[in-house]
Write a protein that binds this ligand. Structure first.
Ligand code: NDP
Ligand code: MG
Length: 395
């Protein structure tokens, strides 16, 4: 029996995690679930899955959460605030933590789980993009096992040799990691119409159902850029070891190409319950509720090279990855601000990459060696992005 905390239980990954856990009550019990704005859903989940703790991230919502807990007849204790998120991620009773808060808000609770040596199911890619070496060092020191939940990284993890040594791709006979991505909803859209892309159009992914922020990141391919950086940290790869391949059908979730010419791919229907189940049960396999892939249903199976004119965010992220920690932390922060402004209808779709680039160009590079310095760079880039948007881009 594994005891699990689900950070970000009310989100897309969180709900899928509870769905998988609910299929195996003999294997998993919940220690804590956390949410932010969706308190009713959080209480419904508490009713159904009976965790020991329910955590609301926003302290201002504590009283409302307690009232709802009574209304929903929830037995769990209600906690609130940033420290409570870290506490339920690192409590001694917890074996595994699903890190599924979106964005930089997930950094500290995810790191708390890492430092406490938990089995960390990492969906919150922004945490790793922001803190890279510090995150990996913390895992090495504590003995935390990081299991990638992002479908691509989960696929790569499944395609690596069992004796893979972190950072040593060559001695495992690996030529390249092939990171696949669908190309999003605008893969074929006329570039001259990008400035008129609506929020609804950008919020509709052709293959995956996901949270709002990652859906926009998928449309700009910033998501693939963040995943590029994530892959470098997860597998100790260099930028030159990774190639992004557009695969519109999202059947192959990523591949590893070996020096003998073999390519090993992981495939399946696009359903996040597969990597979640893999992360929960590894090295075993459990039923995830995912329908089997039926090859006779696959009409097209195609691949392309991504075009940086169409996806400038992808190039920014690859360049930032080569630049180092300061650049990736700032890019992630700038992008969160730009996406928020796009979703609020204050800037255009095209402006997201322009804001990101302007932030990176506006700030001189510095060395970051601590979480404190990472958080400072995150704040600095957010403030710069907000200023740039006010000065130049407001619709
Ligand atoms: P959602 O937006 O659906 O869910 C985000 C979760 O984080 C919700 O539980 C939300 O609470 C909570 N949250 C939001 N803001 C805060 C905050 N400031 N403090 C604490 N909690 C907060 O996102 P997804 O589930 O789509 O994505 C989660 C993470 O997983 C992201 O990092 C994403 O990149 C990654 N990921 C997602 C995939 C997917 O298929 N969805 C695939 C691969 C990776 P509430 O809803 O109550 O407001
Ligand atoms: Mg992914």
């Amino acid at each position: 029996m594994q005891t699990v905390t689900v950070l970000g239980a009310t989100g897309s990954i969180g709900c899928n995690t509870l769905d998988v856990i609910g299929r195996h009550p003999e294997k998993y019990r919940l220690f804590a679930i956390t949410g932010y704005g969706q308190l009713e859903l959080l209480m419904e989940q508490a009713q159904q899955y009976a965790p020991r703790y329910v955590v609301v991230a926003d302290e201002a919502l504590y009283e409302k959460a307690c009232e709802l807990a009574q209304q929903y007849k929830v037995d769990a204790e209600v906690l609130c605030g940033s420290q409570a998120l870290q506490d339920v991620a690192s409590a001694p009773e917890v074996d595994a933590v699903m890190a599924a808060i979106v964005g930089a808000a997930g950094l500290l609770p995810t790191l708390a789980a890492v430092k406490a040596g938990k089995r960390v199911l990492l969906a919150n890619k922004e945490a790793l993009v922001m803190s890279g070496a510090l995150f990996i060092d913390a895992a090495n020191q504590s003995g935390a096992k990081i299991l990638p939940i992002d479908s691509e990284h989960n696929a790569i993890f499944q395609c690596l040799p069992q004796d893979f040594v972190y950072g040593d791709l060559a001695s495992s006979g690996i030529h390249k990691i092939l990171l696949t991505g669908s190309g999003g909803p605008f893969r074929e859209r006329d570039l001259s119409t990008f400035s008129s892309i609506t929020i609804d159009e950008a919020s509709t992914h052709p293959n995956w159902s996901m949270g709002r922020k990652i859906t926009i990141d998928s449309a700009t391919m910033m998501n693939k850029g963040l995943e590029f950086i994530e892959a470098c940290w997860l597998f100790g790869a260099k930028a030159g070891d990774i190639e992004v391949v557009v695969h519109p059908q999202s059947i192959i979730h990523s591949m590893v190409q070996y020096i003998d010419g073999s390519v090993i791919a992981q495939m399946g229907n696009p359903d996040m319950r597969t990597p979640i189940a893999y992360g929960l049960a590894h090295p075993q396999r459990i039923d995830a509720g995912v329908s089997p892939l039926n090859f006779s249903d696959i009409v097209n199976f195609s691949f392309q090279t991504p075009c940086f004119t169409r996806y400038p965010n992808l190039k920014l992220a690859i360049d930032a990855c080569k630049d180092g920690q300061c650049a990736t932390t700032r890019l992630n922060a700038a992008n969160e601000i730009a996406v928020e402004h796009f979703l609020d209808g204050r800037i255009q779709f095209n402006d997201i990459a322009l804001v990101n680039e302007a932030v990176l160009n506006a700030l001189p590079s510095v060395t970051v060696n601590s979480i404190q310095q990472i958080l400072e760079q995150d704040s600095l880039a957010r403030a710069k992005a907000t200023d740039i948007i006010r000065g130049k881009f407001l619709c």
